[in-house]
Design a protein around this ligand. Structure first.
Ligand code: ZN
Length: 623
């Protein structure tokens, strides 16, 4: 067994209340820039196994790995000694440093400059930042209202052509920018200073010292961050003459310049709107219009990568929000190149990647307009895996009738399959490829084994041990009673499926009824936060707690696989279980009271017996 006594108990990661704190968004930025797998890999040798990574726990002595790191949830948990937490907890624990130092260390690693707290200049920066958020918010509203004015006829026609409805215009706050300096004049009326307006980059000053709006006569798409704050804009040209203007040809799309609240490549258009639902998978498309058009037609789990190729920061943002990412870029050459780059980034981040395959249209927007949302949904459901996609590309570039090409095909495919962690998955692909391309399975396996053996024979065996270990360990930990497990599941549901579970659960299960003391504390806090309308997810939930034992315990619940297939059914089960438990304890109480009949009147006995038979009938029906 694990020697628990060897755990080094360092008291760390406290949000010391007296210490001036860094802003939540800064903490988020640092967290997002320090992927937990990358950070922990610098201290622990991690091997992938299924969704998670495993290694030897640095906090207790062990010979086989029970230390798990989840890239999806950005947490770690040791099934041996029970420690757990997020990237801050890990660094703080392993370096033996406090929260402030941990933040500084991780910020430094990610090249993020921290404000020196209590410094006058930084206070000013923070103030300007808040003003720029306010400017963006008001500008979005200003542009949006413009859209409905007679002067915006050209934009209205475009919207009609693209069949966007009013609901969509409101959801995405689509707008129209006027000419010259109309936004500037509006912002000045609202009391913003020139310095603040220039900081937003929505207005520029020319050589003559005049203030000119950056976006003029364009269809405006506000870009929101994950929390719904407007941080930048994209503007689409509406008059073709503007593009062809011989003196000043203009780009079809322009975006806000980088500024105090916006840096390129760190955000995804539409993520805030998409996040209103639980995201099992996210479809990523190229342009604003693709995302908006799909959203309007009921496919709401869609984001756009804002014109640029996918960046690593965007990849992390995607992975943080969903387990499966589907790439739906255009089918042209540029789109395919973007797909390949995106694949590489997402693969390195350990995402479950699929690639959308559509035929008869160049992009998802055109497809949905031509064939309707049901057919596009079908394509999304049938999006192909990375291996299948690479096989497809290979096949297109090779002539399999030629023996040489066939050999090349075989080696390349073996390379891809060798990368797959799960043996079962490997087998599925080998079977499929053998069948589709008339290659013998043995030949494919021989090629794969050659690659695996060349790489490192030990590597493979450790990997296999890891998988086995992982299974035994979770089995061990299952050894807690049913009530506690049910309570753990409530926590899991509240974190992973708050929209589906919260209202139902809080109505039937009061936190006072929770038996386990740690479960009770956690559920109480989660109820409070959800009641306030706060968003809870795997990334931020640990921030709600300061007690180290609670954090260790909570990461165990988060890392545990409850094997939930249908959420609704699972909630139903829990509720009816609780109902049943409640009835049983009521029944026991009545039976006990009836045992002391001497103190009861005839009417009381009759009424109790009546209740008892009702309860018994209810219970019988439940079984
Ligand atoms: Zn451990």
């Amino acid at each position: 067994m694990f020697s628990i006594s060897k755990i080094e108990k360092t008291k760390v990661y406290r949000k010391e209340p007296k210490m001036p704190r860094y802003s939540d968004e800064l903490i988020d930025e640092i967290r997002n820039s320090n992927d937990i797998v990358d950070v922990i890999s610098q201290y622990v040798n991690l091997k992938r196994s299924g969704r998670n990574f495993f290694g030897l726990c640095p906090f207790h002595n062990e010979k086989s790995p029970s230390f798990a790191v989840s890239p999806d949830k950005q947490i770690f948990h040791c099934f041996g000694c029970g420690v757990g937490g997020n990237v801050f907890h890990f660094v703080s624990k392993i370096e033996g440093i406090g929260f402030k130092e941990t933040v500084e260390m991780l910020a430094n690693k990610a090249n993020i400059t921290l404000p020196t707290i209590d410094n006058e200049q930084d206070n000013k920066t923070a103030y300007i930042k808040s003003r720029v958020y306010e400017i963006n918010k008001q500008a979005a509203q200003f542009y949006h209202e413009n859209l409905y004015k007679p002067t915006a006829k050209i934009a209205q026609e475009y919207i009609k052509k693209r069949k966007l409805d009013n609901n969509t215009l409101k959801t995405f706050l689509i707008g129209y920018s006027c000419n010259f300096n109309e936004l500037y004049k509006f912002l000045k009326q609202q009391g913003f200073t020139d310095e603040e307006v220039l900081a937003s980059t929505l207005v520029n000053r020319n050589d003559k010292g005049e203030f000119i709006d950056r976006f003029r006569k364009r269809l405006m798409f506000p870009i929101q961050d994950e929390r719904g704050r407007v941080i930048a804009f994209g503007g689409r040209i509406l008059e073709d003459s503007q593009i062809k203007d011989p003196l000043r040809p203009q780009a079809k799309y322009i975006n806000s310049s980088e500024n105090i609240v916006y840096s390129k490549g760190r955000h995804l258009f539409g993520l805030y709107a998409a996040k209103k639902q639980k995201l099992d998978k996210i479809l990523i498309v190229e342009g604003y219009m693709d995302a908006i058009s799909l959203h309007q037609r009921g496919i709401t789990n869609v984001v756009a990568s804002l014109g640029t190729a996918l960046t690593e920061a965007q990849g992390r943002l995607l992975r943080k929000n969903s387990e499966q990412i589907i790439i739906g870029y255009d089918s042209d050459g540029a789109g395919q190149a973007a797909t390949m780059r995106g694949l590489e980034i997402l693969q390195n981040l350990g995402c479950d990647i699929r690639i959308l395959q559509i035929e008869g249209a160049k992009d998802p927007d055109e497809y949905i307009l031509k064939y309707g949302p049901e057919r596009l949904q079908k394509c999304i459901d049938n999006a192909i895996s990375l291996v299948e996609y690479k096989v497809k590309i290979l096949k297109n570039n090779l002539n399999l009738e030629h023996p040489n090409d066939k050999i090349k095909f075989l080696t390349e495919i073996a390379k891809e399959i060798a990368k797959i962690g799960s043996d079962i998955e490997k087998e599925v692909y080998v079977d499929k490829i053998a069948l589709d391309y008339k290659i013998s399975k043995e030949a494919i396996y021989a090629e794969i084994n050659k690659l695996l053996y060349q790489k490192s024979p030990n590597d493979k065996s450790t990997q296999r041990r890891n998988i086995v270990k992982h299974e035994t360990v979770s089995h061990l930990k299952l050894n807690n009673d049913n009530v506690t497990k049910k309570e753990n599941m409530i926590i899991y549901l509240l974190i992973n499926y708050p929209n589906e579970s919260y209202n139902l659960l809080k109505e039937k299960i009061k936190y006072e009824d929770i038996k386990d003391i740690r479960n009770k504390q956690i559920i109480k806090k989660l109820y409070e936060e959800l009641e306030k309308g706060n968003i809870i997810n795997n990334t931020n939930v640990l921030d709600l707690f300061e007690d180290e034992d609670i954090i260790n315990f909570l990461t165990w619940v988060m890392a545990y696989d409850f094997e939930i297939v249908e959420v609704d059914k699972c909630i139903d089960d829990i509720l009816s279980n609780y109902e049943k438990d409640k009835l049983i304890s009521m029944r026991n109480e009545i039976v006990q009271t009836l045992d002391n009949m001497d103190n009861l009147t005839q009417e009381e006995i009759a009424s109790l017996e009546q209740s008892l038979s009702e309860i018994i009938i209810k219970l019988a029906k439940m079984k």
